[in-house]
Design a protein around this ligand. Structure first.
Ligand code: ZN
Length: 126
């Protein structure tokens, strides 16, 4: 089965393909595409970012519990690492420029069914 290429990896320049667990770099360089701000990104959103265009994340919540919206524009990549279960996980992730639009600057709300969780079992295998 042909792989769907979403764009070029911002870290190494190889193709980004949709794998079993979502978008990943065909060179497996360690770049992690599928998340931003703790959100799971859709393949469409990843494709938009790979094209260098911004995405809008709605209803993010800050530390005080206040909801806000943010435009994320890709601005290179950065290394990350964190501890989980006594192990250090590390890799490379998006680096973003943020813009915080006022409510009245937002495009019209998408229908609520526009953001359905992807069923991984239906994605093509690597
Ligand atoms: Zn890569």
């Amino acid at each position: 089965m042909a792989k769907t290429v979403l764009g070029k990896c911002p870290n190494c320049g190889e193709n980004v393909v949709i794998g079993k667990y979502g978008p990943n770099c065909s060179a497996k360089c360690g770049m992690r595409f599928g998340y931003a701000m703790g959100r799971r990104l859709s393949d469409q959103e990843v494709e938009t970012l790979l094209a260098g265009e911004h995405i809008l994340l709605r209803n993010l919540t800050n530390k005080e519990g206040t909801e806000y919206n943010a435009y994320l524009t890709p601005n290179g990549v950065q290394e990350y690492s964190y501890e989980k279960d006594g192990e250090t996980k590390s890799g490379i992730q998006w680096k973003f420029d943020f813009e915080f639009p006022e409510d009245d600057e937002l495009p019209e709300e998408e229908p609520p069914f526009g953001n359905i969780d992807i069923d991984d079992s239906e994605l093509p295998f690597n």
